[in-house]
Design a protein around this ligand. Structure first.
Ligand SMILES: *Cc1c(COP(=O)(O)O)cnc(C)c1O
Length: 457
């Protein structure tokens, strides 16, 4: 089929929606390193993990060999509310940039949570429900994950307790109200409601919190309340597995038109959307069937892949979680105020960390004023108001398209547009008023934080 027949939006039918998630780890020669018990430094057993997570999710977490997991019918039915998501050919952006590159984006913002996080939220809530649990606890930074989980729990009738990073709680009251509307209880973190919260408040009076603190609180509540488990919206293998639906749909849509991307770009906070988007393409690369360039984009203010260390670290500030081997800035790293709240995590998925370490993927960091300039340019021609997180991918997609303009190469670029920015208008206001700053941590800041890494030999 010739190029000009490709529509602006490629929609799949419900029947074309994937019926199984793809487990990228099955095709990795070097598997991601196992989670370790912080006390014994031995790999966490399923039994130990089941104190924190739902049993079925523990199986998914530990399974490095099964390539496909069937998506239960009930989850597929929920997905149909907002999936398959469109794959858009960015003709207008190409025109504006005057680039010979062909740009596609997979848009995950078409649901009330405003992001891809709902893909994993419904899966995690479903397994909790089927285990007969009463409820789940979690943390949320920017609020997208908390909203997604509230929606999934509201649908299934599960209790949902969200610890929300305090600065977001204060800056984004509307997100909080969306969560409450779906039935969740929302507590600003750090809080006085947990032992770890009280300890953090004592050590850092007046702190506006971090994802790492909120995780510690949510885990404490889950492990000390009967009938509750903890769920996490990123970083874990299981989340990357659920998010593979993004890449599987994108690949089906592109295959229909015989399009093969040269470059695949995604923003990386904990790595779930990127891991999901690239999954089937990376699988082909790992099996030697095709080659692609993969680019992870992170904020210059929280550069775990580009400036962090590949080491075992705590997943949370309170050090109550297992240790994960990942690119990390240190669990005590509290990034400066950056408006891409979903990208302010100190570590990176161990699956993506291993792939990056083995040279299968590249990473770049970008500064936030440049990110917002890209967001503005994109919004003006493509219509969608992008989330600040997603705009990191837009920035690099534009940069790659501009390189094609210089060289005359007609590369095909695919990027993940993870969500919308309606709750980020405070950040847009800063940008519009010319008051946005770029904060980049110094080498000393990072070294100080990395000096606190746990010793694991
Ligand atoms: C949470 C979030 C991200 C980053 O999370 P990943 O796990 O790295 O995908 C990116 N974009 C949006 C809109 C988000 O809500």
């Amino acid at each position: 089929m010739s190029e000009n027949k490709i529509p602006y939006k490629i929609y799949l039918s419900e029947d074309e929606m994937p019926k199984a998630w793809y487990n990228l780890r099955a095709d990795m020669k070097n598997k991601p390193a196992p989670l370790l018990n912080p006390a014994t430094l031995q790999p966490m057993t399923a039994q130990e993990l089941e104190g924190v997570f739902c049993s079925e999710l523990v199986k998914q977490e530990l399974d490095d060999t099964t390539p496909f997991f069937e998506i239960p019918q009930e989850i597929r039915d929920f997905y149909k509310m907002y999936r398959p998501s469109p794959l858009v050919r960015a003709y207008c952006l190409e025109e504006k940039l005057q680039t010979p590159a062909k740009i596609y984006y997979k848009f995950e913002g078409n649901n009330t949570s405003g992001s891809h996080k709902l893909n994993s939220a419904i899966a995690q809530a479903y397994y909790a429900k089927h285990q007969g649990l009463k409820g789940v606890t979690t943390e949320t930074g920017a609020g997208q994950w908390g909203t997604a989980l509230s929606m999934a729990c509201g649908y299934l009738g599960l209790d949902c307790r969200v610890y929300m990073v305090k600065c977001s709680y204060e800056q984004k009251p509307f997100r909080r109200e969306v969560m409450r509307t779906y039935g969740a209880s929302v507590t600003p973190s750090p809080s006085e409601t947990t032992a770890v919260g009280r300890k953090i408040l004592q050590e850092h009076p007046g702190t506006t919190g971090s994802l790492g603190c909120a995780i510690s609180e949510a885990v404490e509540v889950a492990t000390s309340t009967p009938g509750y488990r903890y769920v996490l919206g990123s970083v874990l293998n299981q989340v990357v597995l659920h998010q593979s639906i993004i890449g599987l749909e994108a690949k089906t849509a592109l295959d229909k038109y015989g399009v093969k991307p040269d470059i695949i770009i995604g923003c990386a906070g904990g790595g779930s959307n990127l891991g999901g988007l690239i999954a089937p393409f990376m699988g082909e690369k790992l099996r030697g069937e095709a080659d692609y360039r993969f680019i992870a984009v992170e904020p210059a203010s929280c550069p775990s892949l580009t400036r962090g260390k590949y080491a075992y670290d705590f997943c949370d500030t309170g050090a109550v979680c297992p240790l994960a081997k990942m690119y990390t800035l240190g669990s005590g790293f509290i990034p400066s105020a950056n408006h891409a709240g979903g990208l302010r995590y100190h570590g990176m998925s161990s699956t993506l960390s291993q792939l990056y370490h083995d040279g299968y993927m590249e990473a770049v960091s970008v500064e936030q004023t440049q990110v917002f300039a890209a967001a503005e340019a994109f919004a003006r021609v493509e219509g969608i108001l992008p989330a600040p997180e997603s705009s990191h991918a837009i920035r690099v997609a534009i940069d790659e398209a501009l390189k094609c303009k210089e060289t005359g190469e007609e590369k095909t670029i695919l990027f993940g547009l993870t969500g919308t920015g309606y709750f980020d208008l405070y950040a847009y206001q800063k940008y519009n008023d010319g008051q946005m700053s770029d904060y980049i941590p110094s080498d000393e800041d990072i070294a100080a934080s990395l000096s606190q890494l746990p010793r694991v030999d």
